[in-house]
Design a protein around this ligand. Sequence first.
Ligand SMILES: Cc1cc2nc3c(=O)[nH]c(=O)nc-3n(C[C@H](O)[C@H](O)[C@H](O)COP(=O)(O)OP(=O)(O)OC[C@H]3O[C@@H](n4cnc5c(N)ncnc54)[C@H](O)[C@@H]3O)c2cc1C
Length: 319
Amino acid sequence: MTSNNHYDAIVLGAGPAGLTAGLYLSRAKLKTLILDEGTVGGQMVLTHEIANYPGVESISGYQLASIMKKQVKSFGCEIKGNTAVKYISLTGETKILELSDGTVFTSDTVVLSPGGKSRALGVPGEDNLKGKGISYCATCDGDFFTDKEIVVVGGGNSALEEAVSLTKYANRVTIVHQFDHFQAFEHAIEEARNNSKIDFIMKSEIASFNGNENLQSVDIKNLDTGVVSNFKTDGTFIFIGYVPNTEFLKKKIELNQWGEIVVGSDMSTSIEGVYAAGDSIAKRFRQVTTAVADGTIAALALSNYLNELKIKHKQLITV
Ligand SMILES: Cc1cc2nc3c(=O)[nH]c(=O)nc-3n(C[C@H](O)[C@H](O)[C@H](O)COP(=O)(O)OP(=O)(O)OC[C@H]3O[C@@H](n4cnc5c(N)ncnc54)[C@H](O)[C@@H]3O)c2cc1C
């Protein structure tokens, strides 16, 4: 199919996964379009400092996103931010995407990289103090709390494992959990209980986050008595689950029970010609480096798929 609006590949989501896929695809001379309903850069642009991207000692997420965007564009990739997709059809040889303004794009292949977000508590002060003492990622922000006193919210495996890992940095870690028991593996519970730097406040929840410039304290409500007490803290890490941005893919592609996109080791999905990468796929670790790796694999597998498709079409014509 030849038309200005037809592409070899369309990438949905311009976080590090999508930008990396776009980089590899356009460098392989494939006509590529990246669409993002929000800001190009994804969760990176929310990140104050990234200190674990190899080769870059420390950089703001916004800056890293700008560099990635510039590099991707230099290979001829088209990028459109703040562009909502209204309709998407992934089945069939030609994939169809329609924007809210009625523009229709078609493509031989699609990379889905819509990312996701950590589940928020939804209590007063949380929105204002995100990145100013409230974090959802111990690997990303743990070392900013070296020798500090912090709170961890949650009672599953992630909360307990991350609480233990945070004791490498923090002086004290207080786990606040709403039930009187944890919903985690026994070994994770035991490890947390045996760690002398960890305290527990059970049957309690955060009622509010307090502070102007930075988080200074949390109000904790005892769920038995209803009593609210103020607790001084330098930081709070929230681990109460993760929500992939895949609502729009329900019934269109195979998702697991948590809404994550099911992929093979080459990032192929349940639909031929459709690949997925980054935080929206079913996986354990969510980082810029892992998103970049997924985007690379998806783009290389997709390029291979298109080559094989071309050979197949040529053979059909010569028969
Ligand atoms: C506050 C914070 C700090 C972090 N710090 C670090 C750190 O220090 N180091 C580190 O390695 N990782 C860090 N992370 C994690 C890291 O940012 C993510 O793992 C990574 O950005 C995931 O990349 P992604 O491309 O899969 O998805 P995302 O970055 O989530 O990007 C997905 C993009 O897709 C777009 N999108 C969603 N739905 C649609 C749709 N339907 N149509 C079109 N576009 C869509 C979104 O607007 C978004 O731009 C941090 C995350 C946060 C929130």
